[in-house]
Design a protein around this ligand. Structure first.
Ligand code: PMP
Length: 388
């Protein structure tokens, strides 16, 4: 195998005793740097050359509705979904974006009628991904408007509901919540991959968003993709992309294609026949991190974590519980502002209010480098004695 799952940083008991609480531990963002080590171990397997005369045109495939989508990337996206079994790709248009963030904007544009009397309401059940309200409203569009928590939405008008599963920030697998019939659902599947959650069945929704950022960890490549059933919706999304950036960087698309190819190829690895070595090892890393975090939280006695039901993963072939990319940590007891409390201990994490929930919660990234993560769990485990 080319990967090894164990932590590269040493964390002997002597070293643990060194943490004096002064070092600032930043787990505010969800930067997936945890994966760097796995990819470094792949060496040159993912390298490729692009020459000066290559990929110069605006166009990639004029016969495709999404004319700026590189055929190689389209092929590898379909191949990976088929391998993992997390999404149906038949009878779908693939629309590529500069991260799924750009596709989010394209979706809002495509699903909102251009001539409605009022902006389309956009909702998601709290706690929701903190960027949704910001990305929805920052240009003060007349087409759509953030309308908050899906659970309290009761207007008799069309709406868009974002269903994020597993959810950012709390990690639970989700279904739509609004009961009305006038809703359009957008499934954000950034985390529907086997290192985070058991893959129960291929998702088969009208509009599904995926991203390289949280699947392989290549956030800086800025590649996301949408699987879209309705041709007119796909066409409008492509129109948005044309008006917004006239397409998506081909270098990024080719790099993404190469990375996905290596992930799928790694299933031929002799040690793990039929499985993907990348998902096998990233899954083990997350399992180990959650084990360490739960132990630290238990030791502290002042925090709690969500509990997840077990499920069978058809891809990895075993039963496990969600091991999300973020920990949704609750401060038990009197502490009202968990973000401020952690900041007082030099831990930077994002408070519950950003996600439409109580400040008793904070979201902690589980995707940082080994060294930072190990410091985090150590600091948390020692906090009960420190605060008194
Ligand atoms: N959706 C969710 C739920 C996310 O957590 C993120 C990244 N934090 C994104 C979308 C955006 O990812 P990107 O633009 O990097 O594809």
């Amino acid at each position: 195998a080319h990967f090894s799952a164990g932590s590269s940083s040493s964390s002997t008991d002597e070293e643990k005793a060194i943490d004096d609480g002064q070092r600032v531990i930043n787990v505010y963002q969800g930067d997936p740097t945890m994966y760097e080590r796995l990819w470094q171990q792949m060496g040159d397997k993912t390298s490729f050359v692009i020459q000066g005369g290559q990929s110069m045109s605006y166009f990639s495939d004029v016969s495709n509705l999404c004319w700026f989508l590189e055929p190689m990337l389209a092929k590898q996206i379909v191949r990976l979904h088929k391998l993992v079994g997390n999404a149906v790709t038949e009878n779908r248009h693939i629309v590529v974006g500069t991260g799924s963030s750009q596709l989010y904007q394209a979706v809002l544009y495509a699903l909102s009628p251009p001539d409605a009397a009022e902006p389309m309401s956009v909702v998601s059940a709290a706690p929701f991904y903190s960027s949704y309200p910001l990305m929805t409203d920052y240009l003060k569009s007349g087409l759509y408007k953030w309308a908050g928590d899906a659970c309290s939405f009761n207007k008799d008008s069309p709406y868009i509901e974002l269903v994020t599963s597993p959810n950012n920030p709390d990690g639970f697998s989700r279904n739509s919540t609004v009961k009305g019939s006038r809703g359009m659902l957008v499934h954000d599947f950034a985390y529907y991959w086997p290192q985070y959650t058991p893959i129960s069945s291929p998702a088969d929704h009208d509009l599904m968003l995926f991203t390289l950022s949280k699947s392989t960890g290549h956030a800086g490549t800025r590649i996301g993709w949408a699987l879209v059933k309705d041709q007119e919706v796909a066409r409008k999304m492509v129109k948005f992309m044309e008006l917004n950036t006239i397409g998506v960087s081909k270098e990024s698309q080719l790099r993404a294609a190469k990375i996905l190819e290596v992930v799928s190829d790694s299933r031929e690895d002799v040690d793990y026949p039929g499985k993907s070595v990348f998902f096998e090892f990233s899954h083990r890393m997350m399992a180990e991190r959650w084990r360490k975090l739960r132990a630290a939280v238990k030791q502290s006695g002042i925090f709690s974590l969500p509990d997840f039901p077990p499920g069978l993963c058809s891809f990895l072939g075993r039963v496990f519980t969600n091991q999300p990319a973020f920990a949704w940590v609750k401060c038990e007891g009197e502490t009202e502002d968990c973000e401020a409390f952690l900041r007082g201990h030099n831990i930077l994490a994002r408070g519950g209010k950003h996600f439409g929930d109580s400040p008793k919660y904070v979201r902690v990234s589980m995707l940082d480098r080994d060294e930072n993560f190990d410091h985090l769990v150590q600091r948390l485990s020692l906090m009960s004695s420190r605060q008194s």
